[in-house]
Design a protein around this ligand. Sequence first.
Ligand code: 5GP
Ligand code: MN
Length: 371
Amino acid sequence: MPRWRRTTRSSPAGSAGERGTHVTRTVSQEAPAPEIAEEDWQRAVEAVRATPSDAEVLLACHVNPDGDALGSMLGTALGLRRLGFTRLRASFPGQTDLPEPFLSLPGLDLLVPEPDAPADPPLVLSFDAASIERLGGLGAQLKAAEASVVLDHHASSTRFGSINLVDPGAAATSVVADELLTRLGVVLDAEIAECLYVALATDTGSFRFSSTTPDVHRLAARLIATGIPIGEVSRRLFDTRPYGAVKLFGEVLCRATLEPAEAGGLGLAWTYATLADLERYDQRPHVLEALIDSVRCVAEADVACLVKQVRPTEWSVSLRSKGGVDVSRVAVALGGGGHRNAAGFTAHGTVGDVVAAVRAQLPGARISTVT
Ligand code: 5GP
Ligand code: MN
């Protein structure tokens, strides 16, 4: 057999680390998730239309927000502003300092820290949060609101709103947000489009994951047509990081471990970053978010795992799969959640404990392959 011909399992080209639910050549035991019902769209549109334009409206996204959470939330907030809403507030729980790539997003003037969010808004919209816990204290406002609209694309969504716009087939929450804005009659402008584009580009891994359908490209085309500075936005999002972070990445990747026998022979690649690492290079925790992309490059492993220290004995764990393992099952079993190919959870103990817990869940999370 020539050396260049793979004789073992192969993964679909270009599918590394994707979050999408469409995986070719493999099947899961789950039934396909239903799309959003027409009735739910109508109820969401009516809930917005029934809210007086001078009423308080709270838009909330998940703790430690990523591009999709922030972009879909701020894009929708700007859309509601165009419709005449005057008392809009956007918020997320926990630390308020945003990662640099998001510091020039349009609509940031609507963002307030969690304690400053309106206490009793009649309408609350939630973005990219699979469960109410991901909204921290803002979940209280959502529960008390006359209407709460959950916009999301997590298959694991607990559908905690009074109206749930949850489409696990959507590449990003911003796909759902765009549809809602269209149905509300909002005309896209460059500011709204930049927010939605950042969300879409983030969650599709810059249009590389298999969740990148023709409709995703059609939406991207509509967004780009508004005149957003696409080169600048992409550079800011994907190709900019402080010198110290580059050095830090080098060190953390140097200690990456490959365990080819794990996940029933599909392989696990993992590494970890500590608070001391961050301190040594004078970096903030969010710079580590892109690091999992370098771990999941490892050709010999289907599963990538990055263990990030957030407190002395607390770790935030990122998991990625190339399609052989449903990492959301691993994450859910360990108290977290996510998508089939990208998931995460919070863990306690030592790095060794955390990786051992992941290893133990991998065999049960394998996806059966059709041949
Ligand atoms: P990341 O590794 O980029 O932080 O997260 C990947 C995905 O895993 C996210 O889109 C999110 O859906 C999910 N995720 C990450 N951390 C957690 C967590 O602590 N709890 C839950 N429920 N989901 C998480
Ligand atoms: Mn998302």
